[in-house]
Design a binder for this molecule. Structure first.
Ligand code: HEC
Ligand code: HEC
Length: 417
């Protein structure tokens, strides 16, 4: 179906000139159809997937002849079959899906496609232009950013990072902020649509909303509402983060990166943040609590790392399968929070959790407890708790049933070094 439309369209545009009819010259077609794309303040269809780094405008020069030679000499146009031109294929990239972002950019994409086909056809029919000399490499029009930066700024990459750094921690926010839930409907009546920022469409829809919203402050990322509200600053939802906890680290890392991408701040590969080789993270409604915490832990930030028993090796796993962090309630001597599950990137476990519901099997586990007694994280949000903050460990059995009411409890009294 799509193919048929494609050829019909291409056929009609590249039909050979009728004898006698005054066909517009390539320069005229360029002026009428390509220049408006070049000058348009509107984003090109490329922005559906490329948040920065490359745009259709990057391939256009003010001069018609030079634009032609530039594209031709980069192998981006096919004079014998204009619809097979690489530049047209790039324009076609977003046409795959129905609805969603593909639909948003459909009008721009159609106009770009038809304009380029008409102009390439006109150029192809002009023997003088076809034979025009090569354009010097430095005069060619191409994206200013290197491939590494183009890759980093691709929406699918940004989404991957969003899932790992923000979406994984949504369990702290979603009861109140997920669009279409009874609690959110209630808040919406009181505070307006702005409270519905966790979209029912899932991570991609939430990402689209957030990057277009005022919740990220590109000029002062640390002051972004998406960070300040959960820190408890004038937030009806109270304190959900402390500076330096895992969720804060994730949100801030992502916000800084996305602001840099949108602001076109990465010029070279060396400017990019280091690749995150760490595990993939999965938010859950599995809860862990530590009862009878000693008074010395009161009001201190505690990180729990959970290790699974490896029956083959007869040893505890080297890396945690789950983590969680929060401040210990001083009065209640209680620490409780939901778990973020971890799986090595692209591992079978990560794949299974991505496809289905992340869960842990019933069995024996080891809990290692880290306490930030000196406010290390408040001083440096990137700091990681280590041996200096280790206060002890304990083995415990767990069924890992979901829900606040089915919490796994561990007696803090049994935690030993
Ligand atoms: C539907 C999403 C989507 C749209 C729309 C899109 N791209 Fe891409 N683009 C990608 C993906 C995914 C890759 C990586 C593809 C690969 O590695 O094969 C990519 C790669 C590229 C590259 C890297 C080099 C290459 O040749 O693979 C360039 C340059 C590029 N796109 C330019 C554009 C331009 C210009 C537009 C608009 C006319 C555009 N893209 C529209 C998804 C898209
Ligand atoms: C117990 C309910 C509740 C929880 C949990 C909660 N919030 Fe909120 N949040 C609210 C309410 C109500 C508002 C609107 C009033 C206000 O601005 O404080 C709000 C406002 C916000 C806003 C401002 C939205 C805007 O467009 O102005 C942001 C950002 C925000 N919350 C982030 C978070 C994050 C991030 C989390 C999780 C880490 C979270 N909230 C958890 C109730 C909650």
């Amino acid at each position: 179906m799509r193919v048929a439309v494609w050829f019909a369209l291409a056929g009609c545009v590249v039909a050979p000139p009728r004898a006698g009819a005054a066909e517009p010259t390539p320069a005229e077609v360029f002026e009428r159809r390509i220049v408006p794309i070049f000058k348009s303040p509107n984003p090109s269809s490329c922005t559906q997937c490329h948040l920065a780094g490359v745009d259709l405008k990057d391939y256009i020069l003010p001069d018609a002849d030079k634009t032609f030679r530039s594209l031709r000499d980069q192998g981006l146009i096919d004079l014998d079959a204009p619809e097979k031109s690489k530049i047209v294929k790039l324009i076609d990239m977003g046409g795959g899906g129905a609805g969603g972002p593909a639909a948003v950019h459909a009008t721009a994409r159609k106009a770009e496609r038809e304009a380029f086909l008409a102009w390439i056809a006109a150029c192809a029919a002009d023997p003088k232009l076809r034979a025009a000399p090569k354009l010097g490499e430095k005069d060619r029009a191409l994206p200013a950013r290197p491939p590494e930066v183009i890759r980093h700024a691709r929406k699918d990459r940004v989404l991957e990072s969003f899932e790992r750094n923000v979406w994984a921690y949504r369990f702290r926010c979603m009861n109140c902020h997920t669009e279409g839930t009874p609690q959110n409907d209630k808040y919406r009546k009181e505070y307006g649509d702005r409270v519905a920022w966790v979209k029912k469409g899932g991570p991609a829809a939430t990402l689209d909303y957030l990057i277009a919203s005022k919740l990220i402050d590109p000029a002062d990322t640390e002051r972004s509402l998406l960070l300040r509200k959960p820190l408890g600053e004038k937030h009806e939802g109270g304190t959900k983060f402390v500076v330096g906890d895992d969720a804060y680290k994730g949100f801030r890392t992502w916000i800084e990166d996305v602001a840099a991408i949108r602001g076109d701040k990465y010029a070279a590969a060396a400017d990019l943040p280091p690749a995150d080789g760490g595990p993939e993270r999965f938010g859950t409604d599995l809860w862990l609590k530590l009862t009878a915490c000693p008074p010395a832990w009161g009001d201190k930030f505690l990180q729990a790392r959970v290790f699974a028993w490896d029956d083959k090796r007869k040893a505890w796993g080297d890396a945690p399968v789950a983590v969680s962090d929060r401040v210990v309630s001083g009065k209640g001597k209680l620490w409780q929070h939901n778990l973020t599950l971890l799986a090595p990137k692209d591992s079978d476990r990560a794949k299974a959790w991505r496809a289905g519901k992340p869960s842990l099997p019933e069995g024996k586990y080891l809990l290692r407890v880290y306490l930030d007694a000196d406010g290390k994280l408040a001083k440096d949000w990137k700091a990681v708790l280590g041996d200096g903050e280790f206060v002890g460990q304990v083995e415990f059995p767990a069924k890992w049933r979901e829900g606040y009411g089915a919490m796994t409890a561990v007696d803090a009294d049994k935690v030993r070094k």
